[in-house]
Design a protein around this ligand. Structure first.
Ligand code: NDP
Length: 313
């Protein structure tokens, strides 16, 4: 048996198409959704992420602004910047790219973002809305996981779901969304006893750990749906061999780039699972697509009554 692959690129592109159509309707009615991305300093990884977000915004027609304060900005000055964005009607989403430099109080900054514009869904008010099943802005990666499941017609209600990882960004909100969708949810972490045994109960297994190929075949019930959130760079030969011995395509990448991108799920799981998200090309593309979708959602929640076409929908 070989698992079918859940194509994140295809699903993300579907969502972007739908978002672009909504943006066109809203823009025609004078309410063009706007996203502000704040990038402090010059972290190379953050610069790549932010470029991707700005490019995606342009593609779907969202107005985007990039603010690039210097590395040595104070908490106070960054708070002023966030408050200014809070006050602007044309800005529907505010995203402060993490990590922030050490001198900045990141918690204070995230708390200052207007919850109605918190397109990352990290503000405690949105976290509360999610855990009490109220409408609000949901973190992008977990929202993307649910889109993959729904658009691939995976049954969720009544199923056993196991989420490995309890971070505020991925594990916990994913568990909340699965509960909302009527799954029976178990959340695991580094102190969980008999992790393979618990994972084997899962009809839907979500791995959000940050450890390359940790989820091997013994963690997976035959036929289970496996969602691999992990994004790990493997640049050590021994580790590469453990994961990809005999895989010519990956070998080529490893040789030319000196590293490969690997999920938390070992490639051998493809022989056991019923369906699986690949890395790359699985959950990753959904994260930016859901940021676009969240920006439109935020615009609709705050300014939607000004667009009669949308209130009729
Ligand atoms: P965190 O480091 O914040 O959380 C990792 C979680 O995994 C923790 O809850 C930790 O447990 C648990 N964990 C670590 N080691 C083990 C272990 N040996 N056994 C069981 N549980 C363990 O990571 P994130 O949630 O932010 O990210 C997880 C992964 O997802 C990363 O690879 C990240 O790069 C990727 N990611 C991908 C995104 C995408 O767009 N595809 C977006 C965001 C993240 P404990 O709480 O006990 O420490």
């Amino acid at each position: 048996m070989s698992a079918s692959l859940l194509d994140g690129n295809k699903i993300a592109s579907e969502i972007r198409g739908e978002v672009a159509a909504e943006v066109r309707t809203m823009t025609a009615a004078g309410v063009r959704p706007g996203l502000a991305v704040v990038l402090v300093g010059h972290n190379p990884a953050s610069e790549i992420y932010v470029r991707g977000k700005v490019k995606a915004s342009e593609e779907v027609g969202i107005h985007s602004e990039q603010l690039t304060p210097p590395e040595n900005i104070s908490t106070h000055a960054l708070l002023d910047m966030v408050r200014e964005l809070n006050g602007r009607d044309g800005i529907d989403g505010i995203l402060v790219q993490l990590p922030l430099p050490a001198q900045v109080d990141a918690k204070k900054i995230l708390l200052a973002v207007d919850p109605a514009k918190d397109v990352d869904g990290f503000h405690p008010m949105n976290v509360g809305f999610l855990s009490t099943q109220r409408p609000g802005l949901v973190p992008c990666t977990p929202a993307g996981i649910m889109e993959i499941l729904r658009r691939s017609s995976v049954a969720i209600a009544g199923q056993e779901a196991v989420v490995v990882g309890r971070s505020d960004i991925v594990g916990k909100p994913t568990a909340m969304l699965l509960i909302k969708a009527n799954a029976t949810v178990t959340v695991c972490h580094s102190k969980t006893r008999d992790l393979p045994g618990v994972c084997r109960r899962a009809d839907i297994l979500v791995a959000a750990i940050g450890r390359a190929g940790m989820i091997t075949r013994e963690f997976v019930k035959p036929g289970a749906i496996v969602i691999d959130v992990g994004m790990n760079k493997v640049s050590e030969r021994g580790e590469f061999e453990r994961l990809f011995a005999g895989n010519a395509k990956r070998e080529e990448t490893f040789r030319t780039k000196g590293s490969v991108l690997v999920g938390d799920v070992h490639p051998e799981v493809v022989e056991v699972a019923g369906a699986l998200t690949p890395v790359p090309g699985g959950v990753g593309p959904l994260t930016i697509a859901m940021l676009m979708s969240n920006t439109v959602k935020a615009a609709k929640m705050r300014r939607g009554s000004r667009v009669p076409e949308l209130s009729r929908a």
